[in-house]
Each structure stands twice: as C-alpha cells, then as structure tokens.
Design a protein around this ligand. Structure first.
Ligand SMILES: NC(=O)c1ccc[n+]([C@@H]2O[C@H](COP(=O)([O-])OP(=O)(O)OC[C@H]3O[C@@H](n4cnc5c(N)ncnc54)[C@H](OP(=O)(O)O)[C@@H]3O)[C@@H](O)[C@H]2O)c1
Ligand SMILES: [Zn+2]
Ligand SMILES: [Zn+2]
Length: 348
C-alpha cells in the first residue's frame, strides 16, 4: 500500500530492459476536479511495452504504465458530477485535456493539443502521470467513466483502451451490414476489432501474419482468415474488403498488397503505433485504387460512453486472462512473446 496519502505504490519501469520494481510515486496535486480510485484491475496494452522499452523515443523513468484501469472510487472533488465514493470507474489512455483547444471544443478531446496521457505525461502541476500497474490512480473526473453494473471489473478494464481505439474508427467509417472488414493483427486491439465489426453487422476477415491463430480467430467470430504472409491467400480477397483495420504490421510492411484487397473508395484505417515508419507511399497507388487512409487515436469521452452502451446492447465481451498484479513481470514476458488470446488483465 502507499506510504502516505499523496503517493501511489507502483510496479514501475526504472530503465529499458529491466524488470518492473515496486516503489512509491507522487500522485497529481489534488483539486476539485480530481477523482481517486483504488485500482482493482488493469489490462496490458502494446503501448505499455512500447513505453517501457523506449520504442517511441526516450522514456522518463521511473514510469508506472497501464491504461486499461478499473477500480473503486475512494475520493471525489467538489466539481465531480459523474462519480461518487463506492462507484466503479474506468480510465483509459487519457487522464486529462486542456478543455480549451479547438479539438477539445469540438469534442475531439482524444487529440487535444495539450493532452495528458495516463502515463509518460505531466500534469499542469508538473507531476508525471502514473498508470494502473499500481494501487491507486488520481486524475480528472472527465476522463473517469462509471462502469456499467452489468460488467465485471475484470471484463470492463480493456474497453478503456483496446475497446475504444477500435470501436471509434469503425463507427466513424460507418461499418455496418454489407461491410466486409479485414482486421490486420489479431491481438488485444485486433480481437476487439473483430467483435465490434461483427456486432455492427459486417462480415469479418481475420488477417494474421502466420497460420497460428486460424482456429482461434474463427472461434472468436471471424467469417474467414487470411495468412498475410501467403500471397495466394491474400489473392482470394482481391478488390473485396470495404475496410482494413490495421492493428499490427511487420517492419517490412508494404502498402500495395493491402490496397489491392480494398474495393473502390475502400478504407485503410491505421491504429497501430509501431516503432518503425511505414514505407514511402507512391501517390499513383492511392489514385489508382481510390483509397481513403485514416488514422485514429483512442476515442473521445463521448465515444467512450457510446461504446459502453453499444457493448451492453450487443453483449460484446473481450477475451481475457486475469493474473495477479504481483506476477506482472512474468505476464509482461508472455505478452511480449505474443501469447495472449487475446488480452491480459492484472488484478490487485
Ligand atoms: N491508436 C491508438 O490510440 C492506440 C491505442 C492502443 C494501442 N495502440 C497501438 O496498437 C498496436 C497494437 O497494440 P495491441 O495492444 O493490440 O498489441 P498486441 O496485442 O501485441 O497485438 C499486436 C498484433 O500485431 C501483430 N504482429 C506482431 N508481430 C508481427 C509481425 N512480425 N508481423 C505482422 N504482425 C505482427 C500480431 O497479430 P497477428 O499475430 O495476428 O499477426 C499481434 O497480435 C501497438 O502498436 C499499440 O501501441 C494504438
Ligand atoms: Zn493502450
Ligand atoms: Zn485541448
């Protein structure tokens, strides 16, 4: 447990390649917009690993990652309207925003110009943000969401990053009956992509970089499966997909074989955030295929509320395995080895 009221007790990364260790870190300065929770669950996202291993650039250590957080509300500031002590709250990859920039004012807080990410960012008070591999989280109530009563906390946690990151762009690009959606990379994000697209009425094709997930992808609900390393398998879907949701690529990814699968005016939606750049894009490829390329980052508070209601109505539930928080280092090793089917959740 935390040693005092202004600290949290974290499993923190201290250097690239080193196991996480337990230590106290400061909470943000309390204000009347603050909510504090006792963390009960936190999912493991690919972004946690990127930050711990500095694959996006230098990380400010020590860092407490984890942004699929659920817990019990223990304290609320006077301005908090959506939560009370004893409620269950969920928090995703964003813990605050400026509420003043154009994006915030237009309801796109998820791409705020002064974003406060749940870890690896600084609060206006200067404190570095800390995520859910910990006993407590403290942040802004506008990024803490009431967990619906019909969702257990362990099931709810992963909606707040993997869930919303895939739900938002599929809705924005109007996936529905008649859509044929290829989901590239069937991991934490990708498996949600499959579940959402099916619930929206689409036909779904799982696209994985080898044959290993064939059976489990069909069990998950995919109507068909493509091994993207096999050109003959890819050829079966030439000019067929209305959408590709890209959640993972290899470093030698090329645009052309994927554009070839899309229908005219098809959508290539990237949500993956690899440590490498995508290759140069020949403009003729875009012209000749008449393609829309989209990018998407998590989702706005409004989209998160909409997603929770959609999940409840359509009974969308992630596939998770739950492990004790104290085993986090072993669980992270398994995550890095690509073992989850399809998301790991840590439990305090
Ligand atoms: N846009 C956002 O706001 C946002 C939010 C959260 C996460 N992300 C990013 O999204 C990405 C996925 O996160 P995640 O949590 O879903 O990770 P994950 O569970 O590890 O899934 C990544 C998937 O990438 C595929 N992959 C792995 N190695 C590959 C290779 N050599 N070649 C081709 N595909 C390979 C795998 O799918 P197959 O084995 O099926 O090929 C794997 O399941 C990460 O980069 C993460 O940082 C972005
Ligand atoms: Zn994430
Ligand atoms: Zn803003």
């Amino acid at each position: 447990m935390s040693s005092n009221n202004e600290t949290l007790h974290a499993w923190a990364g201290v250097a690239n390649g080193k196991p996480l260790v337990q230590m106290d870190l400061p909470l943000k300065k309390w204000d009347e917009n603050s909510v504090e929770i006792r963390v009960t669950h936190c999912g493991i996202c690919g972004s946690d690993d990127h930050m711990l291993s500095e694959s996006w650039g230098p990380t400010h250590y020590p860092i407490c990652v984890g942004h699929e957080i659920v817990g019990e509300v223990t304290k609320v500031g006077a301005n908090v309207t959506n939560l009370k002590v004893g409620d269950r709250a969920g928090i995703g990859a964003q813990s605050g925003s400026c509420h003043e920039c154009k994006n915030c004012l237009e309801g796109n807080e998820n791409i705020c110009h002064n974003m406060v990410l749940t870890y690896g960012s600084q609060w206006p008070c200067g404190t570095w943000t800390s995520g859910g591999y910990a006993d407590k989280w403290r942040g802004d109530y506008r990024f803490a969401f009431k967990v619906p009563d019909n969702l257990s906390s362990q099931i709810a946690a992963t909606f707040f990053c993997a869930g919303i990151t895939t739900y938002a762009p599929l809705r924005r690009t109007e996936v529905g009956k008649g859509s044929i959606v290829g989901v590239m990379g069937i991991g934490g994000l990708g498996h949600y992509g499959v579940l959402w697209a099916k619930a929206m009425g689409a036909k779904v094709v799982g696209m994985s970089h080898n044959d290993k997930k064939h059976d489990v992808a069909l069990e998950l609900g995919c109507d068909d499966y493509i091994n993207t390393s096999n050109p003959q398998d890819m050829a079966r879907y030439k000019n067929t997909l209305t959408h590709i949701l890209c959640t993972g690529t290899s470093p030698d990814f090329q645009w052309a074989p994927y554009f070839a699968l899309l229908v005219v005016n098809g959508n290539f939606i990237n949500v993956s955030a690899p440590s490498w750049n995508f290759p140069e894009l020949n403009p003729m490829l875009l012209l000749k295929n008449q393609i829309f390329i989209h990018g998407s980052a998590i989702g706005s508070p409004e989209e998160i509320e909409e997603m929770l209601a959609f999940a409840e109505k359509n009974n969308v539930k992630p596939w998770i395995d739950v492990y004790p928080m104290k085993d986090v280092n072993k669980v992270l090793d398994d995550f890095r080895a690509g073992k989850p089917r399809f998301r790991y959740v840590l439990e305090n």
